[in-house]
Design a protein around this ligand. Sequence first.
Ligand SMILES: Nc1nc2c(c(=O)[nH]1)N[C@H]1C(S)=C(S)[C@@H](COP(=O)(O)O)O[C@H]1N2
Ligand SMILES: [Mo]
Length: 548
Amino acid sequence: MDTSVEQPLNKSTQISHNTGVDPRDANTPDNWVPRHPEMVRLTGKHPFNAEAPLSLLMEQGFITPNPLHYVRNHGPVPKLQWETHRLTVNGLVSKPLILSMDDIENLPYKEFPVTLTCAGNRRKEQNMIKQSKGFNWGAAATSCAIWKGVPLNHLLKLAGVIDEKTDKPRYVCFAGSDKLPNGFYGTSIPLEWAMNDANDVILAYGMNGEKLPPDHGFPLRAIIPGCIGGRMVKWLSSITVSDKESDSYYHYNDNRVLPPEYDMERATKEKIWYNPDYIINKLNINSAITSPAHNERISLSSFVSTKEYTIKGYAYTGGGQKITRVEVSLDYGKTWLLAKLTQPELEHPVVLKRGIFPIPRFWCWSFWSISIPLYSFIRCEEISVRAWDATHNTQPNTPTWNVLGMMNNCHFRVKVNTINQGKEFFLEFRHPTQPGNNPGGWMVKPEPPKTEKTVSNSSTSNNKDKRTFTTQQVEKHNNEKDCWIIIEKKVYDCTRFLKVHPGGLEAILINAGKDVTEEFNAIHSSKARARLDKFYIGDLSDNTQAKL
Ligand SMILES: Nc1nc2c(c(=O)[nH]1)N[C@H]1C(S)=C(S)[C@@H](COP(=O)(O)O)O[C@H]1N2
Ligand SMILES: [Mo]
């Protein structure tokens, strides 16, 4: 590892970098991709979407070690080779290029830290209000690494980009190598954004002094500082300069904030996906409390010996703006206390080496902390946080639900409860949610107990001659012509559904014949569950254990 990358600001707890293949990936197309066992999986076994446990992420400090960086994969990781991979640069250019990775590595480079954030960060809070179309991100869909790569403007000049200065709209379209149910992953940004040197758009082949790990786009990906993660195409295979935006399905159908009254049906009917006003590019301002952690406790007896508690967290914003202040409230936002801010980016050796722009751009997260006397918790029911940036933009008090569950940035609230165990009294803290289907969080409503009525209303009642199957019997129906699955001990024959499944045929087929409860619940709404009722054929017999 390049030593300039290591820096004193990290109090990194040693985490293993020699992560092997996780047994959970054994029967998936990703059975060759090394992954850290502590990553919290959010979409069952496959595809891999994961975040680090929030406290573990924060313990790493400013730079996130590669194995703990959040991952967002729409499908299987393409198996690419450094030696054979090629990048094509074409479209509105006078000298189209086909470059090898060695060619790219021999071009000038920039190296600097950037915080990547998925536009779905903190989505589970929205899902607790109403299930959106997206899976349950907690507050750790954000991570920071040192990226190294060729400036995109340099490459485009080499290719002889045509009419760079035109007043007509021009776009740089990126395409990945991951073939998904609706074609290759791809998206675009305005050409002008890519050409402005101060925007630092690069095509990266290095991450924290190493080659990119497979999950993060090996061998090449786009890094667009200040932008949502969704535009930073991984496994990059082509760049096209065009007078139109990317034609990828994913450019239009993902990473948009639709008005709250739109559900999927209405959005598609009204073709609202193509409304340019709803695209997300720059990140919005956001912050979260990371200490106290969820379920952290303070014994009231410690009030005698310890006088203070330090509340901590992160904050970030988009477009290179500076976070200028973070405030904490202990009384539901009636009054706010000013937290101490640190911006490790400004002192980072890699940043100092390249020099700070006359007007500094902030591409990274900031950290904040505030020490309060322990007794201030006594009447406190909730700790909340909000950040402000240089444009005096701040976070809203309440979330605005939208069908893709994007850009949630309402005040992050941690509840404070007093509990007792025997004679001991504790303060116990609860975060709004826990990532994935993990239980816990004050926003999570307890499951209503299953009454006779709810059971008889469910799919079982539609079938008079109810059949039962063993897991071994279900396992045999594992292909495109005959495909059964198990969800919560119910067996479904979804052969007829395969072709029309919105998530694609593959998504079901890799689980054919298996128990998919975890996968299904991670991403589907109750509506989807209702749609499945038609395919219900019977129950799993009690003497077989469902394999999870
Ligand atoms: N080719 C490709 N690029 C992709 C994606 C993908 O699924 N395929 N996911 C995008 C999304 S939504 C995000 S948030 C970032 C995540 O990058 P990471 O997995 O390295 O954290 O990659 C983006 N680039
Ligand atoms: Mo994302």
